[in-house]
Design a protein around this ligand. Structure first.
Ligand SMILES: [Zn+2]
Length: 340
């Protein structure tokens, strides 16, 4: 099959479009013919080098495609069926997995991180990871859902327990997690404040349901949040930007407010003033992906039209380098895709 593989860590130039052997289908697995795969910031981190990644390696976490073949032990699927591949990789039998907390499994990783991903023509995955979806959802739309919507859902619903009427600050409205978090917060009837770096992006954020938008190049986020909330601050900050916004994010919280983070796009070393942490009774929480049940729940909302995946543009698989360069410039609004 054709695949884009990395043989060393580095810039976009390490992405090589080449022939490689088809994956071996185990008896308990499903072979999926990849139709679309969306990019995530995780792809950039893995390409630059993360521990636990064996080379050569295939990137790509979010896969939609068709069933190409099924293993002898697999039931309930047939060749040609349109399916979404759940990006969670887990053991399936530990106490966390059987409790439905797959993202706490000791073997947990995301497709394309410590295991090969979907920037290729064929991928073999366990039956539990294969979720059929109807024709009403396109392959690009389907492949835009898993990582960002599950991550945002787990942050707001699973970890924080968002309640109707709360005020939520979502950083980076144009990012995949930002787009998902705005819509999920609105689904819970929250008041949503978001940030972006251009008028066009801010307009699109409003169209997604954001009540207030802040241009982070022209305005100081904490000052605007103070003005919008009548000096009170927000209940929840959805963080994934990291070093560049961390101090501002903390300033935006109300007393006993919660910051939840799932990423560090601009850098991972930040400072916390412990006096502020305890005196303002802040809650700083970490979140990593989400559970299989959360993916099924999110997909239900997508199919019902209550949550909308946003596709920015797609590149052919052999132009994955250009797709990485485009994502790195942060000029997108929505998901950057590869068509296979
Ligand atoms: Zn497990």
């Amino acid at each position: 099959m054709k695949a884009v593989r990395i043989h060393q860590f580095g810039g976009p130039e390490v992405l090589i479009y080449e022939d490689t052997s088809d994956p071996q289908l185990r008896k308990d697995q499903v072979l999926v013919r990849v139709k679309a795969c969306s990019l995530n910031h995780l792809d950039l981190w893995v390409r630059k080098g993360l521990p636990g990644v064996k080379l050569p390696h295939i990137l790509g976490s979010d896969v939609a495609g068709e069933v190409a073949d099924i293993g002898e032990y697999v039931t309930g699927l047939k060749a040609g069926q349109r399916v979404l591949v759940a990006p969670m990789h887990f053991c399936g039998h530990c106490v966390k997995c059987v409790a439905g907390l797959q993202n706490q499994c000791r073997e947990f990783t995301v497709l394309g991180n410590a295991v090969d991903g979907g920037n290729c023509e064929l991928i073999a995955v366990p039956r539990a990871n294969v979720i059929p979806f109807p024709d009403s959802l396109g392959f690009n739309q389907a492949a835009s859902v898993p990582v960002v919507f599950v991550t945002a859902w787990h942050m707001l619903v699973g970890v924080v327990g968002v309640r109707p009427g709360q005020t939520v600050l979502v950083l980076g409205a144009n990012s995949g997690v930002g787009i998902a978090a705005i819509q999920i917060a609105k689904l819970f009837h929250c008041r949503v404040i978001t940030t972006a770096g251009s008028d066009a992006k801010l307009e699109k954020a409003r169209a997604l349901g954001a009540d207030y938008v802040i241009d982070h190049y022209k305005q100081k986020i904490s000052e605007e949040v103070r003005r919008i909330t009548n000096k009170e601050g927000v209940d929840i900050v959805v963080e994934h930007v990291g070093a560049a916004t961390w101090d501002e994010s903390l300033r935006c919280l109300k007393t006993a407010g919660t910051l939840v983070t799932c990423g560090a796009t601009t850098g991972s070393s930040v400072a916390v003033d412990l006096r502020h942490l305890f005196a303002r009774q802040l809650r700083l929480l970490g979140s990593y992906m989400g559970t299989m049940a959360e993916l099924h729940e999110v997909l239900g909302h997508v199919l019902a039209g209550r949550l909308k995946p946003v596709v920015d543009r797609s590149f052919p698989l052999k132009e994955l380098r250009a797709a990485h360069e485009y994502l790195e410039k942060s000029q997108m609004f929505g998901k950057v895709m590869v068509d296979v």
